[in-house]
Every structure is written in structure tokens, then in C-alpha cells.
Design a protein around this ligand. Structure first.
Ligand SMILES: [Zn+2]
Length: 633
């Protein structure tokens, strides 16, 4: 359990109002009663089903069923543990949160371990720095000079040298009183076959990696000669997650510029800073991540990316561009412009500055392309050949794919207008093809998220089953549930048509209480997914293997089926289906509420109680919505 006092959690919750917390990621497009609505950041959708209730302090998505309070939202979106999320919000809303972390019972122990690791890293940085200026460090100083790193830069970035040999750092730190367990956690050592600790960095120029507040969290090591690997970096540790950091952000965040220049390597970032351009950072992994983009968006209004211009760099640039566009499409509350630049002649920024100077580099940054222009240029350049000229088929394919990534209709149209000149068709036709490609991807993603949602539901249900006061019997089933299955089979393929039936009105396995009927529904949905549909005959053969309420399921199904007259037309059949669905879901809500009551009363842990009450409120809201929907039919 966390060590954060309840009073602190309460204060965080009272200051971190749900509207502004969620508003950092999602923009609200409509208001209905007490609720604000926007596009869900957790699943892909085109019409808003994600709601926030400022009065109640909670959010809920009617599409993917996620719900919770401000802390729950941050846990989900930032992928943090409960105490980390409280700390995160505390930092944003000015509440001092005593740092304790949920690590299965001993928060203060973890805090102490982190402190020791930070202290080891600081001592190690001192060791490396001194070594650079020792006799043994001459080779490294020569190397730094060859890369034109000035004395001031070496100091500013804390650059050092790791001497040759296997245990210089190890012995130094042992003398400072650290034990082997602590040293192992620092990421500065590897373990030999004999089980002893060996210095990770040997004979390398050392670059300390700072977090945004200037604390050392890791190191990078650059080889002095041509031997491989060129770079060795600290692994992730208690204090370092490379996907969540941007190198040199501690300096760049102080820049007056509202722009961040993002380069691939720290040596590039250092060279740019040395040239007097103070807004450069480096991504530390191989691929730029969503977390890094989000971090950048906290400090800048615009990012300018530099990618390597070789084949691998180009592929990485496309992947990163798509990732960023996807992310920004979902996180409607995050506003940041993306530009992409490239250094002429395939050089990296470091080399370029050395030969052409800072001013020239600045103009390269200024000439960075908007994301749509960049993608257009890629579609053109990648498919252009001196001899055969432009391969129009491939060009067209790329244009449509890239255009479908652009969620901004203006950018999309711009790209289409440009492409129209080459393709000899009207730009409207190209836009329509881009829209269709977007819709196809969207439908595919929806299908994927529906399936993963089902898996999650399954997990939640199995957890709830443990909690439940009355464990349901495997073959328990109500008449309404059977009617729902009958109705679903009758309308069959119509279920897949979103113009007739909203996705959230498609029956789910977990709408049902008993395991046997769930199995039947799953069978139905699997066939449904495979687009083959399912005939009554096939379903009956499945049902003959199952029991409902102790009776052969096929008999029960048949009995209900023949008692329900065929409706006059499809619309009437759909209405009957929805009625059955809402009735079943209402009953499921009511059962859930009945189970929750005693659990809330019995909860001794306040966090658990809070969680259950949230759940209760969400179920009540959902129940109300279902009743309204049923009333409208
Ligand atoms: Zn959702």
C-alpha cells in the first residue's frame, strides 16, 4: 500500500479538477447536462463517447467503458502507478506529495534505494570527470578536441572519461562505502562469469544524462576509436527510463525559443548547444516515443526533427511521423506543431555545424518542412528515378497512405492539391481516397480495440468473480438473455453495419451472466467477426453441447425462438433487438450494484472504498443512460 497520507490524496483530488486534468489531453466538443464530451484518448473513435462529469469529478467512456477520477485518468494515460500519479498531479497543482511508491509493501525502502542510486551516479560522474583531466585521460581529451568540443562545453555537460580496465570505477565506489547490491542497481556495471562486478564503461568518453531538473540519471559512452559498438548507454534503472527522457532538456527548457530541435544523438545536441543554439534536445532510444513527444509539448509549441538521411533514418522518420500524428489525433488537447528538417548532403547536424557554422544551421532549421510538405516530398522523392522519372502508381499509393495520416483536413487538402498536378485527377478525388483509407484503418483499429477490450473485460470479470458475493452458476441464464441471442442471430450481418447499429449496441459476451451462454455468444461473435455470419443451424449444433439452467441449451433456445413472432421489417427487428439488449444490460447493472453495496460498506481501506464508490457512481450513470435509451425505443 502507498505511504501517501489520505489527506494529501484528498487535497490533490480537490485541486486537480477533472476538467482541467483531462483537458490537457482531450478537447471537449460538446456539453450535455452535467457532462462534457470529447473524443476518447484510449480508443479510436470518430464521434465523442468520452465524458467528464466535473460535478462528480469523474470521467467515463461509453465506448471502451474506462472510468475513474483524476488520479485514475493519469494512471491510465501516463502509465503510472497510483502513487506516481498522485505525485504527478501534485507537481502540476502545487501539492507537496511525500514520495512513497507502491512496490508491494515497502515504499520507503524503494525511496532509499533510489536515493542511493542517484548518489552513486553523482559520485561516478565526479570520477569520470576527474579521469578526463588525469594523465590517462589524454587520449579522451585529444578525441574531444578532434570533435571540437570546447573546455566550456566539457564543463557544462559534465563530460568525462572512463579509463581502460575492469574495475577502476568499482573500486572507487566501494571505497566510498557503496555495497554490491546498490552498485548493481546503478546500471554502471555488468556481472562477470565469476559473479564479480565489472565496469560497464571502459576506455570511453562519458556523457552524463540529466533529467529535466538537471539530476544525473544515466550515462552514455562514446568510443574513442573505430571499434564497435560506437555507443554504449546505461540500461533502464530505478531512476532512468530512456523512453521518457530527452537529453539536454534541462538546458533547452530554459531557452526563450518556443521551439525544440530534436536530434538523434547526444553528440549532435551538444554540438548544437556549443554553436549557441540553446533549444536542442536528443532522443535517447532508437525510436522517438509518445512519452517524449508529450514531454516536448510541455515545453514547446513546435518541434523540429532531424533524422539521419540514410535508409534506416528515413524509415525511422516515417515511423516517427506516423506515430506522432496518431498520438496527436487521439490527444486532442495537446497542441504542438511538427516539422521535419534534413541536413543537406546526408551529414549529421554535428558535422554540418562544424563545416558550415551556426548561421547556416539556423537557416536549415528555418527551412524545416511542415509535416504535410515533408510527407509529400517523401512520396515524390522515394518514387522518383532519374531514368524512369516518377513512378506514378507508387507515388499515388504513398500519397493516399500519407494523406490518410493527416487528421487536419486543411493539410490533407493541401497535399491532395499538390499531388493532383502529377496524377492528373481532381484533388477532390484524391481527398476522397485519403478519407477512405483513413476509414479503413479506423475500422480495422476499432476491430482490434474491440477484441482487446473483450480480453480486458474478461480479466475484469474474472477478478470481479472473486469479489462477487454470489458466484454465478455456469449455466444460469435469464429469458431476456436468450431472447437477446435469438434477436442477434435474426438480424445477423446488420450488427456489423454501423450506420444501422452503433458499435456500442453490439452485444458483448460480458453482457451475460452465466458461462455457458457467454460461450454461445462468443461462438456467435467469432463467426460474426470472420464475416461468415452464423446460421441458426450452426449455432444449434454448438448449443447442443451446452446446458442452460440445467436444460439442453438448444431446447431452451428453440423454445424462446418459436415464441417470438417474426417482425414485419428489419427496423422493427432491430428495435426489438435493442430492447432486449438494454433490458439485459440493465439487469447486469442492477446485479453489479447489488454486489457492490455490501463491498462498499465492508471496505476498510479508503482507497479501495473510493474506487468502489467510483464504480458505483459509474454503474448508476450507465444504468440511467440505459433506461433512457430503452424509454426512447
Ligand atoms: Zn474509450
Amino acid at each position: 500500500m502507498s505511504k501517501i497520507p489520505q489527506s494529501t490524496i484528498d487535497e490533490v483530488l480537490s485541486r486537480a479538477d477533472i476538467e482541467s486534468v483531462v483537458g490537457r489531453y482531450v478537447s471537449f466538443t460538446k456539453r450535455t447536462g452535467q457532462n462534457l464530451f470529447g473524443l476518447c484518448p484510449f480508443h479510436s473513435e470518430k464521434t465523442p463517447s468520452f465524458s467528464v462529469n466535473p460535478h462528480r469529478g469523474s470521467f467515463k467512456c461509453y465506448g471502451c467503458q474506462k472510468y475513474g477520477n483524476s488520479i485514475g485518468f493519469i494512471m491510465e494515460i501516463e502509465k503510472l502507478s497510483f502513487p506516481e500519479a498522485v505525485k504527478f498531479l501534485g507537481d502540476l497543482y502545487g501539492v507537496n506529495v511525500e514520495w512513497g511508491e507502491d512496490d508491494g509493501g515497502n515504499g520507503s525502502d524503494l525511496k532509499e534505494r533510489k536515493k542511493r542510486v542517484m548518489s552513486i551516479l553523482t559520485d561516478a560522474a565526479g570520477f569520470y570527470y576527474k579521469a578526463l583531466n588525469s594523465d590517462a585521460g589524454k587520449k579522451a581529451r585529444d578525441y574531444a578536441a578532434s570533435r571540437k568540443l570546447t573546455k566550456e562545453t566539457l564543463i557544462k555537460f559534465g563530460i568525462g572519461y572512463a579509463p581502460e580496465g575492469f574495475d577502476h570505477l568499482y573500486r572507487y565506489l566501494k571505497n566510498k562505502g557503496y555495497n554490491d547490491d546498490e552498485l548493481k542497481e546503478s546500471g554502471l556495471f555488468t556481472i562477470s562469469k565469476k559473479g564479480t562486478l565489472i565496469d560497464l564503461f571502459r576506455g570511453r568518453l562519458i556523457v552524463p544524462i540529466f533529467d529535466a531538473w538537471g539530476k544525473i540519471v544515466a550515462f552514455g559512452g562514446r568510443n574513442l576509436g573505430p571499434e564497435l559498438p560506437k555507443y554504449v548507454n546505461s540500461p533502464d534503472s530505478l531512476v532512468y527510463k530512456k523512453q521518457k527522457h530527452l537529453y539536454a532538456l534541462n538546458y533547452a527548457k530554459k531557452s526563450k525559443s518556443k521551439q525544440l530541435i530534436i536530434v538523434e544523438g547526444y553528440m549532435d545536441a551538444i554540438a548544437i548547444h556549443q554553436a549557441g543554439i540553446d533549444n536542442a534536445v536528443a532522443a535517447l532510444g532508437t525510436a522517438f516515443t509518445e512519452s517524449q513527444l508529450h514531454l516536448a509539448s510541455k515545453y514547446a509549441e513546435e518541434v523540429v526533427f532531424f533524422f539521419d538521411s540514410d535508409g534506416a533514418g528515413k524509415a525511422a522518420a516515417l515511423r516517427a511521423t506516423k506515430m506522432m500524428l496518431d498520438y496527436l489525433r487521439r490527444m486532442t488537447g495537446i497542441k504542438i506543431r511538427i516539422k521535419i528538417a534534413s541536413v543537406p548532403n546526408g551529414k549529421d547536424p554535428d558535422e554540418y555545424i562544424k563545416t558550415n557554422g551556426a548561421e547556416s544551421f539556423r537557416s536549415v532549421v528555418r527551412s524545416a518542412k511542415d509535416v504535410n510538405d515533408y510527407l509529400f516530398a517523401r512520396a515524390y522523392d522515394d518514387n522518383y528515378d532519374q531514368e524512369t522519372a516518377l513512378d506514378l502508381t507508387r507515388f499515388q499509393e504513398d500519397i493516399i497512405t500519407y494523406g490518410s495520416w493527416l487528421y487536419d483536413p486543411i493539410k490533407r487538402e493541401k497535399m491532395a492539391v499538390q499531388a493532383a498536378q502529377y496524377l492528373n485527377v481532381r484533388s477532390e478525388t484524391i481527398v476522397a481516397a485519403m478519407d477512405k483509407a483513413e476509414k479503413d484503418t479506423f475500422d480495422k483499429n476499432n476491430e482490434i480495440s474491440r477484441r482487446s477490450q473483450e480480453r480486458e473485460d474478461e480479466k475484469e470479470v474474472s477478478e470481479r468473480r472473486v469479489e462477487a458475493v454470489n458466484t454465478p452458476k455456469a449455466d444460469v441464464v435469464s429469458r431476456d438473455e436468450i431472447e437477446l441471442l435469438v434477436r442477434a442471430v435474426r438480424i445477423g450481418p446488420v450488427l456489423a453495419d454501423q450506420s444501422k447499429i452503433d458499435r456500442k449496441d453490439v452485444l458483448r459476451k460480458n453482457d451475460f451472466q452465466g458461462e455457458n451462454i457467454r460461450e454461445a455468444v462468443k461462438f456467435f461473435l467469432v463467426h460474426f467477426d470472420a464475416k461468415t455470419g452464423v446460421s441458426e443451424g450452426v449455432l444449434i449444433s454448438k448449443l447442443s453441447q451446452l446446458l442452460f439452467n440445467g436444460i439442453k441449451a438448444e431446447i431452451f433456445f428453440d423454445r424462446v425462438n418459436s415464441s417470438l413472432p417474426q417482425e414485419a421489417n428489419e427496423d422493427a427487428e432491430i428495435a426489438k433487438y435493442k430492447q432486449a439488449l438494454y433490458r439485459v444490460r440493465i439487469h447486469a447493472c442492477e446485479r453489479g450494484l447489488m454486489e457492490l453495496g455490501p463491498l462498499i460498506i465492508g471496505a476498510s481501506d479508503p482507497e479501495e472504498k473510493e474506487r468502489l464508490m467510483e464504480k458505483n457512481a459509474a454503474l448508476e450513470a450507465y444504468l440511467q443512460e440505459l433506461q433512457e435509451n430503452l424509454g426512447k425505443l
